[in-house]
Ligand binder design. Structure first.
Ligand code: OOG
Ligand code: MG
Length: 253
């Protein structure tokens, strides 16, 4: 199969919530090919009228790397179709085998067109918010290689953003908790995300500028989860509470 065919299979799997087998190994997909396939599949979404709303990083913490057996930082696209309103509801039937994880979101206040450093952050990022991400791998049994997950736009499926707060100088040691129906299911520290979640923005700026992709003012960046992800079921209220940032929730019906 060529890149176009793989992008089509992954796009259809996402559109119809139907899992596919892993594709990278059998088709000799390199990491570079995988990012090309990711972009081809995003192009299909854009052709259907979706808009890019931001980017997400993956495997920025050990907890996530260990859970999924993939040990390299990855990045993918978020679109408006993936956004779920805070306190909103989403049907379980829309997904294959969705998982949820707490995230820290950043808002871009100035176009990022080059690799930036931590010292420049306040020029480009003005707000932060508690967030939740729904990941729903298009591969059977949620199993994939690095190349597979990159081609699949890093399992990106849904995201919920809480209230934006002014960016605090120090967010390196925040408690992060994930509750399902008021029961604590996962917890971690923001330091687990590259020692400082703002480093995710630095890393994204490096990767995006190398790929000649602009991170536009108003876009959202998800820094990557600090905890393992948890499977979703019907009739659940999912909430994250993050120190200094507050909480955000949504419901699965
Ligand atoms: C890939 C997405 C990883 C994160 O925050 O690390 C990710 C997956 O686990 O399916 O979103
Ligand atoms: Mg994530």
């Amino acid at each position: 199969m060529n890149k176009f065919e793989i992008a089509e299979i992954l796009d259809q799997a996402a559109k119809h919530a139907k899992a596919t087998q892993q594709l990278a190994a059998d088709n000799e997909v390199s990491l570079e090919d995988a990012y090309e396939i990711q972009r081809l599949s995003i192009d299909k979404r854009l052709k259907r009228g979706e808009k890019v709303t931001g980017f997400k990083l993956g495997f920025t913490s050990r907890a996530k790397m260990e859970q999924m057996g993939v040990h390299d930082l990855i990045w993918g696209f978020l679109t408006d179709d993936m956004e779920i309103a805070a306190k909103g509801t989403t049907p379980l039937s829309k997904y294959i085998h969705p998982r949820v994880e707490p995230e820290i979101a950043f808002r871009v206040s100035e176009d990022i067109t080059e690799a930036i450093g931590l010292k420049d952050i306040h020029k480009y990022i003005d707000k932060m918010a508690p967030a939740l991400e729904i990941i729903d791998s298009r591969y059977e049994n949620f199993k994939f290689s690095l190349e597979d997950v990159v081609a699949d736009n890093c399992s990106s499926t849904g995201y919920v953003i809480g209230e934006w707060q002014d960016l605090d100088a120090d967010i390196t040691d925040l408690d992060i908790e994930l509750y399902i129906n008021n029961e604590l299911k996962a917890n971690g520290k923001s330091a687990a995300i590259l020692n400082n979640p703002l480093v995710s923005v630095v890393e994204l700026s490096r990767l995006a500028s190398k790929a000649e992709i602009e991170i536009k003012k108003g876009m959202v960046i998800l820094a990557g989860a600090a905890t393992a992800a948890v499977y979703l079921n019907e009739n659940e209220t999912i909430e994250t509470k993050i120190e200094k940032l507050g909480s955000v929730s949504f419901r699965v019906q």
